[in-house]
Design a protein around this ligand. Sequence first.
Ligand code: GLU
Length: 476
Amino acid sequence: MRLAPSPTGYFHVGTARTALFNWILAKQDPEGVFILRVEDTDPERNREEWVQAIYAAMAWLGLDYTGPFRQSENAPAHAAALEALVAAGALYYCDCTPAEVEARKGARATPGYDGYCRDRGLARNERTALRFRTPDEGTIVVPDLVRGEVVFSLSAIDDFVVARSTGEALYALANVVDDRDDAITHVVRGEEHLANAPKQMMLWSALNAATGLEVSLPVFAHLPLLVNEQRKKLSKRRDPVALEMYRDQGYLVAAVLNYLALLGWSPRGDDEIVEMDTIVEQFRLEDVSHSPAFFDVKKLTAFNGTYIRALSPEAFAALCRPWVDPGEVAWRPAGYRPAWGVEDFDPDLFARLVPLIQERVARLDEVPVMVDFFFGEPAHDEAAFAKAITSDPAAPGVLAAALEAYGALGDFGAEALHAATLALGEARGLSLRKAQAPIRCAVTGRLVGPPLFESLALLGRERTLARLRAALEHAA
Ligand code: GLU
């Protein structure tokens, strides 16, 4: 099994699903090996940072593999394959420019290249690419474990280019040579590669014939397309497709893997939240659906919330560190730093906040705004202030009453704060919710957040009263 990503951009969630399915298949087979092969043979589109992004994504996913290998390492074998194919007559040299090909197209119904150089007997020079001599008639059948037998008409496949004029092998050939040399038995990848499969099959047999080898063709399985809510193919521009974005937003890797497994497949029974062991035990390529799979971010987020709630408080606190601890951490989301300084952060206090927030977040990046008022002064959100305080005629009275009542409490605990707030609200004909709103805004700077009275108790009397006072002044 292999994952063969090209380093041309972000690591796509679809690539993550492909990686997972290949990894599962390798785990299922006692002799299974899953390799990572970076297909880095397109210097114009490849960037080293994308190569590193592939390694980082795989490390985050925790899918272990053999390698990484680089396609460029196998360049001598690609060159040898080209030579053997040329000698066997399977390829020919072509010096047509794209403009010439275009100009000859005219009203021809068949797509692509017209075979102009097929029998011109050109020799290699600095302007000649190498094309594969594709039969003009008949069909080729791709046996696919997901899609069944997929029939391609050969008249629709042109004499495709396998090497540039520089002599470098292109993806179509390099991919086949590498699969052969890596002893790949299963090519499991996204549906967008289905149209490449007949070309690869033809190259495979031509290579066998040219080299006298009889390497058997891998089994193909093309995984269903990922689509968005409008049933359109996920697009880099429109949709959140970069895996690292999910990591940076605080999705748990276990939730992401569980969700990815459901893109085209489902476990037995009604429960979709299942352990990886169960997935590895039950997964079968034959059960993968071929209809497009909806990549539902809302559902993934709901899964994530479930996984977050299932964590022990200690594990949750540890996973929150990149978002809340301004000190040294092993990793932090790109471009993010907590809004408070090292000296303001109190890990023991954070541990005591965990019970107030763990149940209430679906992503770890929701944590900072729930706890920021503990580690710094409340955010100055004028819109929130206007809504909860300035535009509410009862608010100043509530704040003044709270200041007095909270100041007089013997025990500054959540229950006592709750009772005092209930009482001061009742005295003004206000529900508890109504009475809480200006107090929450004054103390936390926001309209929503963790349970108020527990928060005030943890914040302490002094800081609570100071903030009530400041809000009253600000409102006056
Ligand atoms: N390198 C190809 C890509 O990233 C994948 C090739 C394959 O899986 O066969 O799209």
